[in-house]
Design a protein around this ligand. Structure first.
Ligand SMILES: NC(=O)C1=CN([C@@H]2O[C@H](COP(=O)(O)OP(=O)(O)OC[C@H]3O[C@@H](n4cnc5c(N)ncnc54)[C@H](OP(=O)(O)O)[C@@H]3O)[C@@H](O)[C@H]2O)C=CC1
Ligand SMILES: Nc1nc(O)c(N)c(N[C@@H]2O[C@H](COP(=O)(O)O)[C@@H](O)[C@H]2O)n1
Length: 257
């Protein structure tokens, strides 16, 4: 496993324009992930796959220290059993980001997860799990190892059995809980959905690893978009900047609306 090392002064200067700054109503949202040259983020569903090299891994931990929370979907915690803490040299408990897991139907069995173990050992904050308000068995808001937030599903009405949470409600809830910045790391379903919500995303930082994962991999692919009856590009980055970190390329930008 590669070591997390300090970034160079030039790497830090490159990232600076894309770091969180204060916003009034909603948290600052950074979308960041590592992709292969064929647009994939893992070899197969459910398979943890290393794409970032040592320099971009260090970049991820550098970015984590600037965020109040790190968010992933339930597919990612089940596949990866991640740590989601900040291991950048010098990071200790206080600046640690809070892990957030979007698990609408409460299907993650978290008791023996790394996230819970790290929190119990004081090496990470207590995870916050986000569920839909109706149709799941409710736990205490704090069950001792995790906190649980129950939020309305998209378009929720008396007959709704949707398990799709509304992103605006989630972000408002994070802000209400004192989180001013959220780094969204994945997985494919979460990233693809958010690429269609450009108004909610403040920065995008993508690591491009010089490899092709091949058929059967997990792809980032936002839903198709139409304008005036015509098929148009689903999403686009504006104000882009590139830099090489080790063997990887890092692309930063903001989503065009
Ligand atoms: N290379 C990289 O940078 C990264 C790679 N990965 C990889 O990605 C893969 C996982 O991706 P994927 O399977 O798509 O999983 P995700 O982590 O994207 O989780 C998907 C699940 O999250 C829930 N979800 C997503 N959006 C919403 C919403 N708006 N409201 C409510 N629930 C929502 C759904 O749960 P439900 O089905 O219960 O409704 C959905 O099935 C893994 O292989 C992992 O290794 C992950 C992160 C980064
Ligand atoms: N930036 C990046 N590069 C990769 O190659 C990855 N596989 C990921 N995955 C994300 O990072 C989480 C793992 O974090 P820990 O090292 O366990 O703290 C993983 O769950 C994905 O969200 N990211």
């Amino acid at each position: 496993m590669s070591k997390v090392t300090v970034l160079s002064v030039d790497d830090i200067a490159f990232l600076e324009p894309y770091l969180p700054r204060s916003k009034d109503e909603l948290p600052f949202v950074t979308l960041t992930y590592a992709s292969s040259l064929d647009g994939m983020i893992s070899l197969a569903p459910g398979l943890r796959t290393t794409l970032s090299g040592s320099a971009t891994k260090s970049m991820t931990h550098y970015l984590r220290q600037y965020h109040d929370a790190i968010l992933v979907g339930v597919g990612t915690v089940i596949a990866d059993d991640p740590s989601l803490n900040c291991r950048y040299p010098g990071a200790d408990f206080e600046p640690q980001p809070r892990p957030i897991v979007v698990d609408p139907r409460a299907r993650w069995d978290y008791e023996s997860s790394k996230l819970v173990q790290l929190s119990l050992q004081g090496k990470g904050k207590k995870p916050l799990l986000v569920h839909v308000a109706h149709g799941v068995e409710r736990k205490n808001q704090d069950d001792g190892v995790c906190e649980h937030a129950y939020l309305p599903a998209e378009g929720e009405g008396p007959d709704s059995n949707s398990s799709s949470l509304d992103w605006m409600s989630m972000l408002m809830e994070f802000k209400r809980r004192g989180m001013d910045s959220v780094m969204i790391e994945g997985g494919a379903t979460i990233i693809s959905a958010l690429l269609r919500r450009p108004e909610l995303i403040d920065s995008v930082i993508v690591t491009l690893a010089p490899t092709w994962l091949g058929a059967g991999g997990v792809t980032v692919q936002p839903a198709e978009r139409h304008e005036g009856g015509e098929r148009v590009n689903a999403a686009r980055l504006m104000g882009t900047a590139w830099r090489q970190f080790g063997d990887d390329a890092v692309l930063c930008g903001r989503l065009g609306t």
